[in-house]
Design a protein around this ligand. Structure first.
Ligand code: NAD
Ligand code: GLY
Length: 356
C-alpha cells in the first residue's frame, strides 16, 4: 500500500511518497509541472528503465535535459559540481527551473548541493534508487561533495521539493548494496523506533529476500523516524545527532581503509556494534541487551569482525569527526532498547576496550 510522510520546517514542508510504482504520473507530474526546464541527474549504474520512466512523465509538461555521472563515490566532486553548473548556465536554466536526482546517495548529495547553490538555489526533487538513499540520504536536506581533505566537507542544508521512493527500483540493486542499506534501517530501530526493531527481529528471511510488502514497511518506519527527527532539528543543533549512531566509528573504519573494500553501511554496522559495546561497558545497557544487538546484526549477515583495527589506528579519524566540539568527543550511546542519547561523559578506557 502506498504511503506518504511529510518532513521539513512548517514554512518549507515537503512530501515523501513511498510505494511500489511510486514513480507515477500522479506523484511526479505534481512536482514537475510548474517547471519549464528539468535537468535529470543520474549515474551510469542507475538502470535505464527507471530513467526512462522519469523522463517520459516529466516531458509531458517540461523540457527535459539529462546529465549522467560515472558511477561511484569519486563523482561527488568539485569537478562534477562545476560541470553541472556549466551545463545549467549553457542551457539557460533560471530560478523557476528544477533538478531531479535519480540514483543513490552520490547522485542525491551532489545534485542537492548544485541545486542549493545555482542562482542561490533552485528547486530539486529526490528520486532515490538505493536502499541507503531511500531510508537516509534523500530526506533531511543534507547535501555535500567530497574534497581532497575529506568526505562531505563542503555542503549545505537544503531541502528537496519532494521525495519519491519507488520500492520497485530496489529489484535491480546488488545484494551487497541492499544489505549495506539495511544497516541504516537497523540504526532507526536501535535509536528510537521500537516497532521497526520488532519488525526487523521477526522478519529476517522476508527482509533479506526483499519481499515487497515488508520492505515497504521498514522503509516507511525508517523515514517516519528520520522525518520526525529532522523536522524537530533541521540543522543538527541537538537531537538530530542521534542519527549518527555508529557513524563516528563507521566513518573512522571507512577512512582508515581509504574508502576501499567496505561500503558505508557495512562500516556503520561495525560502528553500531562498537557504540553498543561502549553503552554496555558504561553501564547504560546490560550485557544481555548488547548480545541481542550483536545477534540482530549477525542475523542480517554483517561482518562484525574488529580484530583488524587497532584503537591507535582509528583514533585520529575518530577525533576528526564532526561531533568533536572544542576538543570533546560526543558519542551517541544507547540507554535501553530504542533509546539513544548524546554524551561526552564516558571513560577513555571503554572507548579503547570496545574497539580492541
Ligand atoms: P551510490 O550512490 O554510490 O550507489 C551505489 C551504486 O548503486 C552505484 O553504483 C549506483 O550506480 C548503483 N545504483 C543506484 N540505483 C540502483 C538500482 N536501482 N539498481 C542497481 N544499481 C543501482 O551509494 P549509496 O549507498 O546510495 O550512497 C552513498 C552516498 O550517500 C555517500 O556519498 C554518502 O556520503 C551519502 N550519504 C548521504 C547522506 C545524507 O544525509 N545526505 C546520508 C547517508 C549517506
Ligand atoms: N544521515 C544523518 C543525517 O541525515 O543527519
Amino acid at each position: 500500500m502506498a504511503k506518504e510522510l511529510v518532513a521539513g520546517p512548517k514554512n518549507n514542508q515537503y512530501k515523501i511518497y513511498i510505494g511500489q510504482n511510486a514513480i507515477s504520473k500522479k506523484n511526479l507530474s505534481l512536482l514537475v509541472k510548474k517547471h519549464q526546464k528539468i535537468l535529470i541527474i543520474s549515474d551510469s549504474g542507475v538502470p535505464g528503465e527507471i530513467l526512462k520512466k522519469v523522463h517520459t512523465i516529466s516531458k509531458v509538461t517540461s523540457k527535459v535535459f539529462t546529465f549522467t555521472l560515472k558511477q561511484g563515490e569519486q563523482s561527488k566532486s568539485l569537478g562534477n559540481f562545476q560541470k553541472i553548473i556549466n551545463f545549467l548556465i549553457e542551457h539557460q536554466f533560471d530560478r523557476s527551473d528544477a533538478i531531479i536526482a535519480v540514483g543513490g546517495g552520490v547522485v542525491g548529495d551532489l545534485s542537492g548541493y548544485v541545486a542549493s547553490s545555482y542562482l542561490r538555489g533552485i528547486q530539486f526533487i529526490q528520486i532515490p534508487t538505493t536502499l541507503l538513499a531511500q531510508v537516509d540520504s534523500s530526506v533531511g536536506g543534507k547535501t555535500a561533495i567530497n574534497i581532497p581533505a575529506g568526505k562531505n566537507l563542503v555542503g549545505a542544508f537544503y531541502n528537496p521539493k519532494g521525495v519519491i521512493i519507488d520500492t520497485n527500483t530496489l529489484h535491480t540493486l546488488p545484494a551487497k548494496e541492499f544489505n549495506a542499506g539495511l544497516a541504516e534501517v537497523i540504526k532507526y530501530g536501535l535509536i528510537q523506533n521500537t516497532k521497526l526493531l520488532s519488525l526487523l527481529k521477526s522478519n529476517i528471511v522476508n527482509i533479506s529476500s526483499r519481499k515487497s510488502q515488508i520492505v515497504e514497511q521498514i522503509i516507511f518506519e525508517s523515514l517516519r523516524t528520520k522525518a520526525k527527527i529532522v523536522t524537530q532539528d533541521e540543522k543538527e543543533t541537538g537531537i538530530r545527532a542521534i542519527l549518527n549512531f555508529g557513524h563516528t566509528f563507521g566513518h573512522a573504519i571507512e577512512a582508515h581503509g581509504k574508502y576501499k573494500n567496505i561500503l558505508h553501511g557495512e562500516a556503520v554496522a561495525k560502528g553500531m556494534l562498537i557504540a553498543s559495546k561502549i553503552s554496555w561497558l558504561e553501564g547504560h545497557i546490560s550485557e544481555k541487551e548488547f548480545s541481542k544487538i550483536y545477534s540482530l546484526l549477525e542475523a542480517y549477515n554483517f561482518d562484525l569482525s574488529l580484530h583488524q583495527y587497532k584503537f591507535l589506528d582509528l583514533k585520529p579519524f575518530i577525533f576528526r569527526d564532526k561531533k568533536v566540539q572544542r576538543g570533546n568527543l560526543n558519542l551517541i550511546l544507547l540507554q535501553g532498547q530504542s533509546k539513544a542519547f548524546v554524551t561526552n561523559d564516558f571513560k577513555a578506557k571503554n572507548l579503547k576496550l570496545a574497539i580492541s
